[in-house]
Design a protein around this ligand. Structure first.
Ligand code: SAH
Ligand code: SF4
Length: 368
């Protein structure tokens, strides 16, 4: 029965060693398997995929374990060649989306933490599809490995038909996965334990070895999760999706704000920054006329004043369930100028990428 098999992507390296010891195998075999899983992105328990692992170990893995590789149901490349979106199949038939982004010289995997999302933000395609279930740690880890595997030299292919802008660089030095953002489908702090367990696995120095400062968890503002992160002093980047600077305006866009009101959220953010010494990224989806006026910029400036903060402005991406319009670029620039000039607040405007394949922020969703 596959349901009782151990998914090796669920295990930290230490847990893998313990499991191998239970099976009566030496720790060195666990280390080799770990190396093949994460440095070679092995996709099967075969001698070809896992060289150096004895046959008796492979036999046992084949019988009692699973390598939770997620098969690709669909792969789409954006026309500019910078974004690739994977629709991945889970063992129970559910599906999730993972995005590989390559711009400004870096490769970033945008990975999902849930099938759907329970938070219901009005402008988000994932919110519009509702919540189905949490992902397991192994399903979260498998997405990052999927992207790492796609980047391996022998598998590399230009992202777009025709000459990829990065094909030459790839040939010289194949890119490695260095950045992971938990900004795909789902609310990561609603699935706290699985997400943190997965991050521990992704950070392992003998595996994908992702640096803590290159892992970003984005939350809609789950206050207990932010306080727990502060308490545990986890080394990672925190992004908080704000979108509005008053409780009333925020609750209209983000229903979760009714459960965790703005004042409580800001208190939690303050605690987080004070306890960890870390700056928080505040995300602001810019919607024309709704939250992109100079008055809105001054309201968020005043709200964040004195906090270690950077604002990430994301022009609204279209989704079928919301009729708001994206901000105009001059409004975005004016917003930025006000934050900088009047509040000394640094901000960036997120590059709009992958929209032709619905891989932009908030556009990830899978049909029923
Ligand atoms: N659930 C988490 C992370 C996933 S969403 C969160 O909400 O933070 C990642 C980012 O995309 C969030 O800042 C979210 O507000 C933003 N987003 C959602 N829908 C969007 C849309 N249609 N256009 C632009 N940004 C959107
Ligand atoms: Fe969920 Fe984030 Fe989308 Fe809101 S924006 S519905 S929290 S995925």
């Amino acid at each position: 029965m596959s349901s009782v098999r151990i998914n090796l992507y669920d295990l930290t390296r230490e847990e893998l060693r313990v499991q191998f010891a239970r099976w009566g195998f030496a720790g060195v075999h666990a280390e080799t398997v770990w190396n093949r899983m994460y440095l070679q992105a092995a996709d099967a328990f075969t001698p070809e995929a896992m060289p150096g692992v004895p046959a008796k170990v492979l036999d046992r893995l084949g019988a009692d374990a699973a390598l939770g590789v997620l098969p690709t149901a669909l792969e789409t490349d954006s026309s500019d060649g910078f974004t690739r979106k994977y629709l991945l199949a889970l063992a129970d038939g559910e599906r999730i989306e993972t995005v590989l982004m390559r711009f400004t010289g870096r490769v970033t995997a945008c990975i999902s933490s849930q099938v759907g999302c329970a938070m219901g933000c009005v402008f988000c395609a994932t919110g519009q599809m509702g919540y189905t279930r949490h992902l397991t740690p192994g399903e979260i880890v498998a997405q990052a490995v999927h992207v790492a595997r796609a980047l391996r030299p022998r598998r590399i292919s230009p992202l777009a038909s025709g000459p990829s802008p990065l094909a030459h660089e790839d040939a010289v030095a194949p890119p490695r996965l260095r950045n992971v953002v938990l900004m795909g489908m789902g609310e990561p702090l609603h699935n706290y334990d699985a997400v943190m367990h997965a991050i521990d696995i992704l950070r392992d120095s003998a595996g994908l070895a992702l640096a803590a400062e290159r892992i970003t968890v984005s939350t809609v503002g789950v206050v207990p999760g932010i306080l727990r992160l502060a308490q545990e002093k986890r080394p990672l980047h925190l992004a908080v999706s704000l979108h509005a600077a008053t409780q009333e305006e925020r609750a209209a866009l983000v229903p979760a704000a009714r459960k965790w009101p703005l004042a409580e959220l800001m208190a939690a953010c303050r605690t987080y920054s004070e306890t960890t010494g870390r700056r928080i990224f505040y995300e602001w989806t810019l919607i024309a006329g709704r939250n992109d006026t100079p008055a809105h910029a001054r309201a968020v400036g005043a709200l964040l004043h004195g906090l270690p903060a950077q604002v990430n402005l994301i022009p609204l991406n279209p989704t079928s369930g919301y009729d708001g319009a994206p901000t105009r670029s001059d409004a975005a620039k004016r917003f930025q100028q006000i934050l900088a000039a009047e509040f000394s607040l640094p901000s960036t405007v997120r590059q709009r990428r992958g929209l032709d394949i619905a891989a932009g922020c908030g556009q990830l969703a899978v049909g029923a």
